[in-house]
Structure formats: C-alpha cells, structure tokens
Ligand binder design. Structure first.
Ligand code: CUA
Length: 319
C-alpha cells in the first residue's frame, strides 16, 4: 500500500520489536563468529595440507581420541546455548510480563480463512484487515493490547516492525501488545500456513497521531450512512444472502461470518489486501470473489448486471 515501508524486523518502530531486533543481532553475531571460525579453520586446513608435488600419496599420521578436544567441543557449544537461552528467556519474560495500563487500547483480532476480524470491544467498533491504533510517546505512553483468537485453523499474527509473531489458535486465546512510537502505515501478514489463501491474508496497520485516532474512532462508531440515492441497492443487499454473513449496523444485516461492512469504504483494500477497494474491484468481488482471490469462501452472488450495479452503488455509500 502507498506510504508503507518494507515490513522488516530490522526496522522496528514499536517497543517489543526493538527488543526482538536486539536478540536477533546477538544471535546473528554469535552465529557469524562460529561461521567465521569454522569456515576459517576449514579453509586453512585445505590450503595448509593440500597435496604438493613430491607427496608420496600416503595418509599423514592419524590421531584417535583426545579428551581435551572432545571436552572443548562439548563445553563451548553448551555455554553458547546457555547464553542464548538465558538472554532469550529474559526478553520473552520482559515482553510477556507487561500488564495493560488503565489507558491501554484493547483490540481483539480473530483469524479467519482468509481475513482478519478486528474488534475494539470497549469502543463498540468492528472492522476488518486494517488495524488502526494511536501513536505512543514516552511522555504519554499508550499501548495497544491485542487478544488473538481463531475462528477456524491456526494463523499467525505478525507485524514485523511492531512486535513478534503470535499464533491464533482455535479454542485458545493468546495475547500480545504493541507500542508504536511513530505514526505511519505498516504491513503485516499471516505467518502460519493456513490454506490456499495464506499468502492473501494481509494486514495493514495505521498508527495515528492521537487526535486523528479519535476522529477515526468517532467515524467508525457512527451508524451506517443512509444514502437515499442508493435505496435500490440497499434493497438488493438486504434481500439476498449478503445479510447472513455480513453486518451493516443500522440495517437488518447482522451476519458475522464475513467482514463487517458498516464502514466498508473507510478501508483501502478488499479481500484482506488482495485488491484496492474501488467500485470496479468491489463489483468484480461481489460477482465472483474467486476472480480476485481464488479459494475465497464468499460465494459468487449470481446477480444480474443491473442488480450488481445497484448493489455496488449502495456499498460505496458505506463510508
Ligand atoms: Cu492465516 Cu496463514
């Protein structure tokens, strides 16, 4: 998406992600040291003991067993593993031990094949695939605590610049938190293979300045727009199967299997990031979702072209 930087864990912008980068650098430094020593000794031995003109072709004297050497190659790796284990454990406990403060934002994210439901239980907001959070600053910190659940199979929630991977497991609730220190747009991705559209399960995070976040919240809390010009499309919407799976607050549509559409047009993409949210793409999606996202579980709506046009004319009023 426009304006989003490369989702690299080496470019963190949020508190737990800084710690994760530190551990990564430590592991990388130790692994690099081992590689250089082993590769260096190997290259040295290859050159030093290469075949030379005049060699008689016999093996040099062989050495069998050495208590000192065996002890060294057992103890040194053991110590390295201990260091890595203790350091990692310290970071994990520091991250997982953080309790939400009174002003922390609570978000619940539910993994679905293949999209993310995003709920703000205390704010009464339900949206999908695009997470909005306020920016934190040291003088006035605000974390976002995220409860992770799954509606079907195991997914993994990963925003490389904001935090570490956390799985969404059916029947189990996991928690993670982020505390982004700069506003901006950051990309994430389901990080656990979850079926055909695993790769089509993207996540966009917008970190807002505080006042901008408050505006977003107010806009999302509003009822669905009621555009008189789109009445015909609204009739189509509430008279076909759309309402069994989708919610539009303020209408009879209160299904929960698919994304909440109350403020559909406030989202930049459809199909969990597979296409831009334009009227043309919406039309193609409703006509046959698998044309944009093979395997998508929403059925093709089999509407006539007229009804399709009316329906899309209604959908685009859901700002
Ligand atoms: Cu959800 Cu991979």
């Amino acid at each position: 998406m426009t304006g989003a930087s490369t989702p690299s864990m080496f470019a963190p912008v949020s508190t737990p992600a800084f710690a994760i980068r530190e551990v990564s650098f430590l592991v990388l430094a130790i692994a690099t040291f081992i590689f250089v020593v082993v590769a260096g000794l190997t290259v040295y031995a290859i050159i030093r003991y290469r075949r030379r003109p005049g060699d008689d072709g016999r093996e040099p004297p062989q050495m069998y067993g050495s208590a000192q050497i065996e002890l060294a190659w057992t103890v040194v790796p053991f110590l390295i593993v201990i260091i890595l284990f203790l350091t990692t454990a310290r970071y994990i406990f520091a991250i997982e031990g953080r309790a939400p403060t009174a002003q922390a934002l609570e978000v619940t994210i539910v993994g679905n094949q293949w999209w993310w439901e995003i709920r703000y239980p205390k704010l009464g907001i339900v949206t999908a695939n695009e997470l909005h959070v306020p920016v934190s600053d040291p003088a006035n910190p605000i974390q976002t605590f995220i409860t992770l659940q799954s509606a079907d199979v195991i997914h993994s929630f990963w925003l490389p610049q904001l935090h570490g991977k956390t799985d969404l497991v059916p029947g189990k609730t996991n928690r993670t938190w982020i505390e982004p220190l700069v506003p901006g747009t950051f990309l994430g991705q389901c990080a656990e293979y979850c079926g055909l559209q695993h790769a089509g399960m993207l996540l966009i995070v917008t970190v807002h300045p505080r006042d901008e976040f408050a505006q977003w919240v107010a806009a999302q809390q509003a009822q669905a727009a009621d555009a008189p010009a789109a009445r015909a499309g609204r009739e189509v919407f509430v008279s076909v199967a759309c309402i069994n799976c989708h919610t539009v607050r303020g209408t009879p549509a209160n299904g929960v299997f698919g994304p909440d559409l109350t403020h559909l047009m406030s989202r930049a993409t459809i199909g969990a990031g597979v296409a831009r949210n334009t009227p043309e793409n919406l039309r193609a999606w409703v006509k046959d979702p698998t044309s944009l996202k093979p395997g998508a579980l929403m059925p093709a709506m089999k509407l006539s072209d007229d009804k399709l046009d009316q329906l899309v004319a209604y959908l685009v009023t859901l700002r």
